[in-house]
Design a protein around this ligand. Structure first.
Ligand SMILES: Cc1ncc(COP(=O)(O)O)c(C=O)c1O
Length: 378
Protein backbone atom coordinates (compact mmCIF):
# COMPACT_ATOMS: atom_id res chain seq x y z
CA UNK A 1 0.00 0.00 0.00
CA UNK A 2 1.05 3.56 -0.60
CA UNK A 3 1.94 6.00 2.14
CA UNK A 4 -1.34 7.98 2.00
CA UNK A 5 -3.30 4.77 2.53
CA UNK A 6 -1.01 3.59 5.34
CA UNK A 7 -1.33 7.00 7.05
CA UNK A 8 -5.13 6.73 7.01
CA UNK A 9 -5.51 3.06 7.94
CA UNK A 10 -2.50 1.74 9.88
CA UNK A 11 -3.22 1.14 13.55
CA UNK A 12 -6.95 1.51 12.94
CA UNK A 13 -9.82 -0.94 13.13
CA UNK A 14 -13.54 -0.36 13.55
CA UNK A 15 -14.28 -1.02 17.25
CA UNK A 16 -15.62 -4.58 17.50
CA UNK A 17 -17.79 -3.86 20.56
CA UNK A 18 -19.53 -0.64 19.39
CA UNK A 19 -18.92 -0.25 15.66
CA UNK A 20 -17.27 3.13 16.32
CA UNK A 21 -15.21 4.16 13.31
CA UNK A 22 -13.07 6.72 15.14
CA UNK A 23 -10.93 5.06 17.82
CA UNK A 24 -11.78 5.36 21.51
CA UNK A 25 -9.35 6.79 24.06
CA UNK A 26 -8.34 4.32 26.77
CA UNK A 27 -7.14 6.21 29.84
CA UNK A 28 -7.12 3.04 31.97
CA UNK A 29 -3.76 2.44 33.62
CA UNK A 30 -4.46 -1.23 34.25
CA UNK A 31 -6.07 -4.17 32.46
CA UNK A 32 -8.01 -7.21 33.67
CA UNK A 33 -6.35 -10.61 34.05
CA UNK A 34 -8.14 -13.81 33.07
CA UNK A 35 -9.01 -16.33 35.86
CA UNK A 36 -5.90 -18.30 34.94
CA UNK A 37 -3.74 -15.18 35.46
CA UNK A 38 -3.09 -14.60 31.76
CA UNK A 39 -3.63 -11.36 29.79
CA UNK A 40 -5.57 -12.63 26.76
CA UNK A 41 -6.30 -9.09 25.51
CA UNK A 42 -2.61 -8.25 25.41
CA UNK A 43 -2.40 -5.36 27.88
CA UNK A 44 -1.27 -5.50 31.51
CA UNK A 45 -0.37 -1.99 32.73
CA UNK A 46 -0.18 1.23 30.68
CA UNK A 47 3.53 1.79 31.30
CA UNK A 48 4.12 -1.49 29.41
CA UNK A 49 1.46 -1.02 26.75
CA UNK A 50 -1.87 0.65 26.11
CA UNK A 51 -4.33 0.24 23.21
CA UNK A 52 -3.81 3.81 21.97
CA UNK A 53 -0.03 3.54 22.19
CA UNK A 54 -0.03 0.16 20.44
CA UNK A 55 -2.14 1.62 17.63
CA UNK A 56 0.26 4.55 17.23
CA UNK A 57 3.29 2.25 17.32
CA UNK A 58 1.77 -0.04 14.67
CA UNK A 59 1.12 2.98 12.47
CA UNK A 60 4.64 4.39 12.91
CA UNK A 61 6.25 1.02 12.09
CA UNK A 62 4.11 0.75 8.95
CA UNK A 63 4.85 4.33 7.83
CA UNK A 64 8.61 3.81 8.06
CA UNK A 65 8.50 0.25 6.70
CA UNK A 66 9.97 -1.04 9.98
CA UNK A 67 9.23 -4.11 12.08
CA UNK A 68 8.31 -2.37 15.34
CA UNK A 69 8.11 1.02 17.04
CA UNK A 70 8.25 2.33 20.59
CA UNK A 71 6.48 5.61 21.41
CA UNK A 72 7.80 8.03 24.04
CA UNK A 73 6.65 11.15 25.86
CA UNK A 74 8.94 13.39 23.76
CA UNK A 75 11.52 13.17 21.01
CA UNK A 76 14.23 13.66 23.62
CA UNK A 77 12.87 10.78 25.71
CA UNK A 78 13.08 8.58 22.60
CA UNK A 79 16.64 9.79 21.94
CA UNK A 80 17.61 9.10 25.56
CA UNK A 81 16.18 5.59 25.37
CA UNK A 82 18.45 4.80 22.41
CA UNK A 83 21.52 6.01 24.34
CA UNK A 84 20.38 4.20 27.50
CA UNK A 85 20.19 1.02 25.46
CA UNK A 86 23.96 1.29 24.99
CA UNK A 87 26.47 0.27 27.66
CA UNK A 88 29.01 2.46 29.45
CA UNK A 89 32.24 2.34 27.43
CA UNK A 90 30.44 2.25 24.10
CA UNK A 91 31.38 4.86 21.50
CA UNK A 92 28.99 6.96 19.39
CA UNK A 93 29.71 8.99 16.26
CA UNK A 94 27.37 11.98 16.05
CA UNK A 95 27.05 15.03 13.77
CA UNK A 96 28.27 18.52 14.65
CA UNK A 97 25.09 19.99 13.13
CA UNK A 98 21.99 18.46 14.72
CA UNK A 99 19.23 19.33 17.15
CA UNK A 100 21.13 21.01 19.99
CA UNK A 101 19.19 19.03 22.63
CA UNK A 102 20.47 15.74 21.17
CA UNK A 103 24.05 17.01 21.17
CA UNK A 104 23.63 18.32 24.74
CA UNK A 105 22.33 14.92 25.89
CA UNK A 106 25.47 13.29 24.49
CA UNK A 107 27.85 15.95 25.87
CA UNK A 108 26.33 16.32 29.31
CA UNK A 109 24.06 13.44 30.36
CA UNK A 110 25.49 10.48 28.50
CA UNK A 111 29.16 11.45 28.84
CA UNK A 112 28.55 10.92 32.60
CA UNK A 113 26.89 7.58 31.81
CA UNK A 114 30.17 6.50 30.16
CA UNK A 115 29.30 6.95 26.49
CA UNK A 116 32.15 8.46 24.49
CA UNK A 117 31.09 10.55 21.48
CA UNK A 118 33.05 11.86 18.51
CA UNK A 119 31.33 14.74 16.72
CA UNK A 120 32.05 15.07 12.99
CA UNK A 121 30.75 16.97 9.98
CA UNK A 122 28.73 14.18 8.36
CA UNK A 123 28.28 16.00 5.08
CA UNK A 124 31.68 14.42 4.39
CA UNK A 125 31.11 10.69 5.01
CA UNK A 126 34.90 10.16 5.08
CA UNK A 127 34.93 11.92 8.46
CA UNK A 128 32.64 9.22 9.83
CA UNK A 129 35.00 6.53 8.54
CA UNK A 130 37.89 8.28 10.33
CA UNK A 131 35.93 8.54 13.58
CA UNK A 132 34.78 4.93 14.03
CA UNK A 133 36.70 2.73 16.51
CA UNK A 134 36.38 -0.87 17.68
CA UNK A 135 34.05 0.36 20.49
CA UNK A 136 31.74 2.26 18.11
CA UNK A 137 28.26 0.85 18.54
CA UNK A 138 26.18 3.63 17.07
CA UNK A 139 26.34 6.23 14.32
CA UNK A 140 23.73 8.98 14.80
CA UNK A 141 22.59 10.92 11.73
CA UNK A 142 20.14 13.78 11.46
CA UNK A 143 19.27 14.74 7.89
CA UNK A 144 18.29 17.39 6.97
CA UNK A 145 19.85 18.72 10.18
CA UNK A 146 18.56 21.38 12.48
CA UNK A 147 19.12 24.38 12.05
CA UNK A 148 21.34 24.55 8.93
CA UNK A 149 19.47 21.77 7.08
CA UNK A 150 22.70 20.07 6.11
CA UNK A 151 22.19 16.87 4.17
CA UNK A 152 23.96 13.61 4.98
CA UNK A 153 24.33 10.84 2.40
CA UNK A 154 22.50 8.08 4.27
CA UNK A 155 23.64 5.22 2.03
CA UNK A 156 27.31 6.20 2.32
CA UNK A 157 27.19 6.55 6.12
CA UNK A 158 25.16 3.34 6.48
CA UNK A 159 27.90 1.45 4.60
CA UNK A 160 30.59 2.86 6.91
CA UNK A 161 28.54 1.99 10.02
CA UNK A 162 27.90 -1.56 8.79
CA UNK A 163 31.57 -2.19 8.02
CA UNK A 164 32.44 -0.89 11.51
CA UNK A 165 29.89 -3.22 13.13
CA UNK A 166 27.86 -0.24 14.38
CA UNK A 167 24.15 0.49 14.03
CA UNK A 168 22.92 3.55 12.16
CA UNK A 169 20.18 5.70 13.71
CA UNK A 170 18.55 8.38 11.56
CA UNK A 171 16.61 11.23 13.14
CA UNK A 172 13.89 11.57 10.48
CA UNK A 173 11.93 14.29 12.28
CA UNK A 174 12.38 16.97 9.63
CA UNK A 175 11.99 14.83 6.52
CA UNK A 176 9.25 12.57 7.93
CA UNK A 177 8.49 9.18 6.28
CA UNK A 178 6.70 11.13 3.56
CA UNK A 179 9.93 12.53 2.13
CA UNK A 180 12.61 10.09 3.26
CA UNK A 181 12.74 6.36 4.09
CA UNK A 182 15.95 5.80 6.09
CA UNK A 183 15.53 2.00 6.20
CA UNK A 184 15.78 1.90 2.39
CA UNK A 185 19.17 3.60 2.68
CA UNK A 186 20.49 1.17 5.30
CA UNK A 187 19.49 2.72 8.65
CA UNK A 188 18.79 0.32 11.52
CA UNK A 189 16.68 2.62 13.71
CA UNK A 190 14.64 5.72 12.91
CA UNK A 191 14.06 8.43 15.50
CA UNK A 192 11.15 10.88 15.54
CA UNK A 193 10.16 13.89 17.55
CA UNK A 194 6.43 13.29 17.03
CA UNK A 195 6.01 16.76 18.56
CA UNK A 196 6.74 18.13 15.08
CA UNK A 197 5.21 16.98 11.77
CA UNK A 198 3.82 13.60 12.86
CA UNK A 199 1.33 15.17 15.23
CA UNK A 200 1.53 18.34 13.18
CA UNK A 201 -0.70 20.66 15.21
CA UNK A 202 1.63 21.97 17.90
CA UNK A 203 -0.37 20.43 20.75
CA UNK A 204 1.41 17.18 21.67
CA UNK A 205 4.89 16.31 22.93
CA UNK A 206 5.90 12.91 21.61
CA UNK A 207 8.71 10.78 20.28
CA UNK A 208 9.33 7.39 18.76
CA UNK A 209 12.01 4.87 17.90
CA UNK A 210 11.23 2.68 14.89
CA UNK A 211 13.26 -0.47 14.25
CA UNK A 212 14.12 -2.48 11.19
CA UNK A 213 14.91 -5.45 13.47
CA UNK A 214 12.72 -5.88 16.58
CA UNK A 215 15.53 -7.64 18.46
CA UNK A 216 19.01 -6.48 19.45
CA UNK A 217 19.31 -2.83 20.43
CA UNK A 218 15.60 -2.20 19.89
CA UNK A 219 14.68 -4.87 22.45
CA UNK A 220 16.70 -2.85 24.96
CA UNK A 221 14.97 0.38 23.84
CA UNK A 222 11.64 -1.37 24.49
CA UNK A 223 12.86 -2.43 27.94
CA UNK A 224 13.90 1.16 28.74
CA UNK A 225 10.46 2.34 27.59
CA UNK A 226 8.62 -0.04 29.94
CA UNK A 227 10.93 0.19 32.93
CA UNK A 228 11.90 3.88 32.60
CA UNK A 229 8.30 4.88 31.92
CA UNK A 230 8.78 8.00 29.73
CA UNK A 231 5.62 7.00 27.88
CA UNK A 232 3.01 9.20 26.18
CA UNK A 233 -0.54 9.39 27.54
CA UNK A 234 -3.34 7.60 25.71
CA UNK A 235 -4.80 10.99 24.71
CA UNK A 236 -1.48 12.14 23.26
CA UNK A 237 -1.20 8.88 21.29
CA UNK A 238 -4.75 9.35 20.03
CA UNK A 239 -4.03 12.95 18.96
CA UNK A 240 -0.78 11.96 17.23
CA UNK A 241 -2.47 9.15 15.34
CA UNK A 242 -5.19 11.59 14.28
CA UNK A 243 -2.51 14.01 13.09
CA UNK A 244 -0.79 11.27 11.09
CA UNK A 245 -3.96 10.65 9.04
CA UNK A 246 -3.19 13.87 7.10
CA UNK A 247 0.63 13.70 7.31
CA UNK A 248 1.35 13.10 3.59
CA UNK A 249 -0.92 15.96 2.51
CA UNK A 250 0.44 18.34 5.12
CA UNK A 251 4.13 17.58 4.50
CA UNK A 252 3.81 18.05 0.74
CA UNK A 253 2.08 21.39 1.29
CA UNK A 254 4.72 22.46 3.85
CA UNK A 255 7.41 21.58 1.28
CA UNK A 256 5.80 23.50 -1.57
CA UNK A 257 5.27 26.57 0.62
CA UNK A 258 8.84 26.41 1.96
CA UNK A 259 10.28 26.28 -1.56
CA UNK A 260 8.28 29.38 -2.56
CA UNK A 261 9.41 31.25 0.58
CA UNK A 262 13.04 30.12 0.13
CA UNK A 263 13.07 31.36 -3.47
CA UNK A 264 11.68 34.73 -2.36
CA UNK A 265 14.26 35.07 0.42
CA UNK A 266 17.12 34.03 -1.87
CA UNK A 267 16.31 37.02 -4.11
CA UNK A 268 15.98 39.50 -1.23
CA UNK A 269 18.83 42.05 -0.92
CA UNK A 270 18.69 42.09 2.90
CA UNK A 271 19.16 38.32 3.09
CA UNK A 272 22.77 37.14 3.17
CA UNK A 273 22.13 33.39 2.89
CA UNK A 274 19.24 30.95 2.70
CA UNK A 275 19.68 27.42 4.03
CA UNK A 276 17.13 25.20 2.30
CA UNK A 277 18.00 21.88 0.63
CA UNK A 278 15.46 22.53 -2.11
CA UNK A 279 17.54 25.39 -3.54
CA UNK A 280 20.05 24.34 -6.20
CA UNK A 281 22.61 26.56 -4.44
CA UNK A 282 22.42 24.48 -1.21
CA UNK A 283 25.54 22.28 -0.84
CA UNK A 284 23.37 19.24 -0.02
CA UNK A 285 20.88 19.74 -2.85
CA UNK A 286 22.10 16.89 -5.08
CA UNK A 287 22.15 14.32 -2.24
CA UNK A 288 18.77 15.54 -0.98
CA UNK A 289 17.29 15.25 -4.48
CA UNK A 290 18.56 11.66 -4.62
CA UNK A 291 17.43 10.41 -1.22
CA UNK A 292 14.33 12.55 -0.56
CA UNK A 293 11.10 12.95 -2.52
CA UNK A 294 10.73 16.60 -1.42
CA UNK A 295 12.74 19.07 0.64
CA UNK A 296 10.56 19.71 3.67
CA UNK A 297 9.01 22.67 5.40
CA UNK A 298 12.04 23.97 7.32
CA UNK A 299 14.46 26.66 6.24
CA UNK A 300 16.80 29.17 7.82
CA UNK A 301 17.99 32.51 6.51
CA UNK A 302 20.69 34.93 7.56
CA UNK A 303 19.82 38.61 7.70
CA UNK A 304 22.54 41.09 6.75
CA UNK A 305 23.65 42.92 9.90
CA UNK A 306 23.89 39.99 12.31
CA UNK A 307 22.02 39.45 15.57
CA UNK A 308 20.43 42.88 15.93
CA UNK A 309 19.13 42.95 12.36
CA UNK A 310 17.77 39.41 12.65
CA UNK A 311 16.05 40.17 15.96
CA UNK A 312 14.51 43.28 14.38
CA UNK A 313 13.09 41.27 11.47
CA UNK A 314 11.66 38.69 13.89
CA UNK A 315 10.14 41.54 15.92
CA UNK A 316 8.32 42.91 12.86
CA UNK A 317 6.53 39.81 11.55
CA UNK A 318 2.75 39.96 11.96
CA UNK A 319 1.40 36.71 10.54
CA UNK A 320 4.32 34.45 11.47
CA UNK A 321 4.60 33.75 15.20
CA UNK A 322 7.85 34.19 17.16
CA UNK A 323 8.19 30.82 18.88
CA UNK A 324 10.38 27.77 19.00
CA UNK A 325 9.44 24.32 17.63
CA UNK A 326 8.24 23.41 14.15
CA UNK A 327 6.00 21.20 12.06
CA UNK A 328 2.65 22.72 13.06
CA UNK A 329 0.02 24.30 10.84
CA UNK A 330 1.09 27.87 11.68
CA UNK A 331 4.42 29.37 10.60
CA UNK A 332 6.97 30.02 13.36
CA UNK A 333 10.11 32.13 13.30
CA UNK A 334 12.97 31.88 15.74
CA UNK A 335 16.31 33.52 16.44
CA UNK A 336 18.07 30.22 16.89
CA UNK A 337 21.40 31.23 18.49
CA UNK A 338 19.68 32.87 21.46
CA UNK A 339 17.56 29.79 22.20
CA UNK A 340 20.55 27.46 21.86
CA UNK A 341 22.49 29.63 24.32
CA UNK A 342 26.21 29.72 25.16
CA UNK A 343 28.43 27.57 22.97
CA UNK A 344 26.04 27.71 20.00
CA UNK A 345 27.62 27.38 16.55
CA UNK A 346 24.57 28.87 14.86
CA UNK A 347 25.25 32.21 13.08
CA UNK A 348 23.92 35.20 15.06
CA UNK A 349 22.07 36.60 12.05
CA UNK A 350 20.16 33.37 11.47
CA UNK A 351 16.41 33.08 11.71
CA UNK A 352 14.82 29.65 11.50
CA UNK A 353 11.46 29.44 9.81
CA UNK A 354 8.94 26.63 10.15
CA UNK A 355 6.84 27.23 7.06
CA UNK A 356 3.23 26.45 7.86
CA UNK A 357 0.11 25.77 5.88
CA UNK A 358 -0.92 29.41 5.36
CA UNK A 359 -0.94 30.54 1.71
CA UNK A 360 2.71 31.10 0.74
CA UNK A 361 1.87 34.49 -0.83
CA UNK A 362 0.64 35.71 2.57
CA UNK A 363 3.82 34.42 4.25
CA UNK A 364 5.97 36.11 1.61
CA UNK A 365 4.06 39.39 2.04
CA UNK A 366 4.61 39.23 5.81
CA UNK A 367 8.33 38.51 5.49
CA UNK A 368 8.64 41.17 2.81
CA UNK A 369 7.19 43.87 5.09
CA UNK A 370 9.34 42.68 8.00
CA UNK A 371 12.48 42.86 5.86
CA UNK A 372 11.47 46.10 4.11
CA UNK A 373 10.67 48.04 7.27
CA UNK A 374 14.28 47.40 8.20
CA UNK A 375 15.40 49.57 5.27
CA UNK A 376 13.63 52.62 6.71
CA UNK A 377 15.27 51.98 10.10
CA UNK A 378 18.74 52.50 8.67
C1 LIG B 1 15.43 16.99 14.90
C2 LIG B 1 14.91 16.90 16.31
N1 LIG B 1 15.03 15.75 16.98
C3 LIG B 1 14.59 15.63 18.26
C4 LIG B 1 14.00 16.69 18.92
C5 LIG B 1 13.53 16.54 20.34
O1 LIG B 1 12.13 16.48 20.38
P1 LIG B 1 11.29 16.95 21.67
O2 LIG B 1 11.33 18.44 21.71
O3 LIG B 1 9.93 16.38 21.43
O4 LIG B 1 11.95 16.37 22.88
C6 LIG B 1 13.84 17.91 18.24
C7 LIG B 1 13.23 19.06 18.93
O5 LIG B 1 13.20 20.17 18.42
C8 LIG B 1 14.33 18.01 16.91
O6 LIG B 1 14.23 19.18 16.24
Amino acid sequence: MRLETIAVHAGHEVDAATGAVAPAIHPSTTFERAPDGAYPRGHLYSRNSNPNRSALEACLAALEGGAAAAAFASGSAATSAVFQALAPGDHVVAPTDAYHGTLRLLRETFARWGLATTFVDMTEPGRVAEAVRPATKLVWVETPSNPLWKVVDLGAVAGIARRAGALLVCDNTTATPVLQSPFRHGADLVLHAATKYLNGHGDVMGGAVVARDPDGLFARVRAVQASGGAVPSSFDCWLTLRGIRTLPLRVRAHSAHALAVAEFLARHPRVEAVHYPGLATHPGHAVAARQMSGFGGMLSFEVRGGREAAMAVAARVRLVTRATSFGGTESLIEHRASIEGPGTRTPEGLLRLSVGLEHPDDLIADLDQALRDGDSDR
